[in-house]
Design a protein around this ligand. Structure first.
Ligand code: UD1
Ligand code: UDP
Length: 367
């Protein structure tokens, strides 16, 4: 098979690690980097430390409005698809790179596999919700990370696959179906946890002792683009009165600069970190506070209590048993959630067995 894989944003580089490894063991992969994320700390660092293959194509689109960014990726990736004529296109998650890749492939009649299909926040003004709904509608292979994602798709009329036999590899006679593969981010975590433990020096560099700090990430548009919400979040972090490490997304850095929000110790802003450092920071944190999808899941998988600074989550499994609590961008709710009784034991296994990527490749091979 010749598989064309599209990545563009930080979490997609991390997800592509296990996938590229599984595909390249037996097939040809053409890796396309759209250039949506381009800062070395949001892009190069992942290719270097995760030993990702160098992209065969870099589209260099950079930042822009949704229309401009999506349009430029669409135009450029279409040229690549025409040249490469892959058997299938693989897209990850819910970014503008995902959306543009789906549109280009669908119009060229190339079947699409969507990794992380079936996630829903049920909030239509969230850009990612639009991207993931369109990507799911256009895909042939809907690789669902959880049983809940399979159910979301079933409610939208997508049947559960029966062994892949129902599928046709062309879009002419396409019968989309969902496959419960488990979560590819769990593959990435398992493949890198020991390496992170051995190589990351981040705790020493930041002079942190395990269990004595919290970790926060903020980048969701609903929070960064609303000064009042951003102020509530940083007020809450300050009122925790403990060391809070904040690897700051450039979007949030830009948003803070236009405000009078002050961030003082013990809240410590640092540059975005690589995946290995991030795993170490999460694993050793007392608590994680985030609006990230991936970070909610990783906190759960690492057994670290999480406060999600949103009003809803696509990863509803993480709420079971109280490992994750929704607190919105509301200072009082964030503080209450952060001060809840510590949990013991391990969260239930709901994200598969860490071999999602191999299952995906096996499914593609069967068709
Ligand atoms: C994007 C995804 C989001 C995902 C996130 C992962 C969309 C609509 N959003 O959000 O789903 O959770 O990536 O991190 O696709 N910027 C830089 N340097 C960079 C990249 C971005 O400075 O390398 C700044 C620019 O000011 C840019 C802003 O960040 O305008 C937002 O970047 P963009 O890629 O549009 O969206 P993210 O917020 O990163
Ligand atoms: N991440 C990282 N460095 C950071 C912040 C996040 O490596 O400074 C990793 C994190 O461990 C997770 C992924 O990036 O694997 C999540 O990406 P992000 O929060 O940007 O996007 P989302 O998952 O919300 O789409």
């Amino acid at each position: 098979m010749k598989i064309l894989t599209i990545v563009g944003a930080r979490p997609q580089f991390i997800k592509a690690g296990p996938f590229s490894r599984a595909v390249r063991a037996r097939h040809t992969e053409v890796l396309v980097h759209t250039g949506q994320h381009y800062d070395p700390q949001l892009s190069d660092v992942f290719f270097d430390e995760l030993s990702l293959p160098r992209p065969e194509y870099h589209l260099g689109v950079g930042s822009g409005s949704h229309g401009r960014q999506t349009g430029q990726i669409l135009e450029r990736v279409e040229d690549v698809m025409r040249r490469e004529t892959p058997d299938a296109v693989v897209i990850f998650g819910d970014t503008n790179s995902t959306l543009a890749g789906a549109l280009a492939a669908a119009k060229l009649g190339i079947p699409i596999a969507h990794v992380e299909a079936g996630l829903r926040s049920f909030v239509r003004d969230m850009p990612e919700e639009i991207n993931r709904i369109v990507a799911d509608r256009l895909s042939t292979w809907l690789f669902a990370p959880t049983a809940n994602a399979v159910e979301n798709l079933r409610l939208e009329g997508v049947p559960v696959a029966s062994g892949g036999a129902a599928l046709s590899p062309t879009t002419k006679d396409q019968r989309p179906a969902s496959y419960l593969t488990g979560d590819i981010m769990y593959d990435a975590l398992l493949q890198n946890a020991t390496i992170a433990q051995q190589r990351s020096r981040v705790l020493d560099t930041l002079a942190l002792r395990p269990g004595t700090y919290s970790l926060a990430t903020i980048h969701r548009a609903a929070n960064t683009d609303d000064v009042a919400k951003l102020a509530e979040i940083f007020d809450a972090l300050a009122l925790l009165k403990e060391t809070v490490i904040v690897p700051l997304h450039p979007r949030t850095k830009a948003a803070l600069m236009g405000t009078d929000i002050e961030v003082d110790p013990p809240v410590r802003i640092i540059d975005p970190v690589g995946y290995l450092d991030m795993l170490q920071l999460q694993k050793n944190a007392r608590m994680v506070l985030t609006d990230s999808g991936g970070v909610q899941k990783e906190a759960y998988l690492l057994g670290v209590p999480c406060v999600t600074m949103r009003d809803e989550t696509e990863w509803v499994e993480t709420l079971e048993g109280g490992w994750n609590v929704l607190a919105g961008a509301d200072c009082d709710r964030i503080l209450a959630a952060a001060r809840r009784t510590p949990l013991t034991g391990d969260p239930p296994a709901v994200f598969g067995d860490g071999h999602a990527a191999e299952k995906m490749v096996a499914i593609l091979e069967r068709t």
